[in-house]
Structures are given as C-alpha cells and as structure tokens.
Design a binder for this molecule. Structure first.
Ligand code: G6P
Ligand code: MG
Length: 221
C-alpha cells in the first residue's frame, strides 16, 4: 500500500534545475569543458562535488586541479547559484504542484523531501511550502549521492515508512536510478526518452495528478 511520497526539489517543485545548469555552465567554461545536453542531463540531481568531478572528467581535466582548487570552484558555483535563487517567490512553484500537494494532503499521504541540495531549506522557505512536508532529508548526513539509493531510503525512513510504501518523484536520470534502487515506485517528470527507467512518466508537472498515478499498474492502493 502506498502511504507516502518523496519529492525531489530542483526541477520537480520549482525550476531551479535551470539555475544549477546555468551556474555549472559557467564552471565548465572556466575549466575548458565543452557544455552539452548530455553533460547537462548527467549533472541533474547530482551532488555539488560529484557534479564538479563530472565536469572535470568530461573535459579530461581531473588531474589538473588540487583539492583546494576544486573546493574553490565548487564554492564559486554555489555563490553564482545562490545569486540566482535570491528572488524566488511562491510564484516560482511549478504549475500543478500546489494542487498536487493539496490532493496528497487531503488523502493523508505523508510527504518528504529527497533533495541533495544544501540550499533546499532556503528554497522551500522562499516558495512558502516548507511546512507542507512531514520530513526533509538533511543532505549533510548522507554518505552517497544519487544515483545511490541512500537519500530515498532516508526519505522513507523520516516519514516512518518502508520504501515499498513510498513513491519517489524525480526529473533526473540519477534520481530515477536512486528511487528504483531504493525499492520505491518511480515517477519521472520530463522527457520519457531521457527518463526511460521511470515506472510512471509525466511530461511536465501540470500533467502530474494523483488520479493519473493511481491508474498506473505500479500503484498499489
Ligand atoms: C540537487 C540538484 C543538483 C545539485 C545538488 C546539490 O540534487 O538537482 O543540481 O548539484 O542538489 O545542490 P547544492 O545546492 O547543495 O549545491
Ligand atoms: Mg531534480
């Protein structure tokens, strides 16, 4: 029986995935790694340091920077990113998300946040929806980033459910892999070709409704 939902934040609840991409694009330019759609998709949902490593590896620059220089690059990216999220307001919640949260709360599902972002509490606060969630995973306590299942296992734990009773919602390839490995039902938001590993797919948040999820063979009421 499904009793809870674990939400990714960036790219699912609000379009901050585009700000992450914008800031990483700058980093890629600075280190001389060509930017591409494949790189952008590979970065989605991936932790800050893992993202930097992927950018360096993609350009063949993994040996070119010391640990201290890498930390400086990551800090610079976060500074650029934080400048972009200062102006977020409740109007930046993606279409259909508030209605979906209402539906879930009325049906008494438990809700948690499974975002790898250390900026997630700030963003939820800016969007005015922090109090809608029963739990938020603290990414500082994680050992492994997505695609490792740890964050989604924790997202079930903090709402006191086994993963089999939880549906995870993600816009990232790494995120869908993490949900699947956690043993939860995966819902992908975005291009079904890109998110082909998702159990259920919606092209955007507007299409995301409880009714449509309940119609899926993966939904066990
Ligand atoms: C989320 C985003 C990623 C980001 C990661 C870490 O998973 O989708 O793009 O790299 O969080 O975010 P942070 O804000 O802590 O750098
Ligand atoms: Mg995301």
């Amino acid at each position: 029986t499904i009793k809870g939902f674990a939400f990714d934040l960036d790219g699912v609840i609000t379009d901050t995935a585009r700000f992450h991409a914008q800031a990483w694009h700058k980093t890629a330019d600075a280190v001389g790694t060509p930017w591409s759609e494949t790189l952008a998709n590979g970065l989605r949902g991936v932790s800050r340091m893992d993202s930097l490593e992927l950018i360096l590896r993609t350009g063949g620059h993994e040996q070119d920077y010391t640990q201290a220089q890498k930390e400086a690059l990551a800090q610079q990216k976060n500074d650029n990113y934080q400048a972009l999220i200062q102006q977020l307001t409740p109007a930046d919640i993606l279409p259909g998300i508030l209605q979906f949260l209402d539906e879930l709360q009325q049906a008494h599902y438990l809700l948690s946040i499974a975002s790898a972002s250390k900026n997630a509490p700030f963003i939820l606060d800016k969007l005015g929806i922090a109090d809608r969630f029963d739990g938020i995973v603290d990414p500082n306590t994680l050992h492994q980033g997505k695609p490792d299942p740890e964050i989604f296992i924790r997202a079930a734990e903090i709402i006191h459910l086994p993963p089999t009773q939880v549906i995870g919602i993600e816009d990232a390839i790494a995120g869908i892999a993490a949900i699947n490995a956690a043993g939860e039902v995966s819902v992908g938001i975005g291009d079904p070709q890109v998110l082909s590993a998702a159990n259920i797919n919606f092209k955007d948040t507007q299409a995301l409704t409880l009714k449509h999820i309940q119609q899926s063979v993966y939904f066990q009421s």
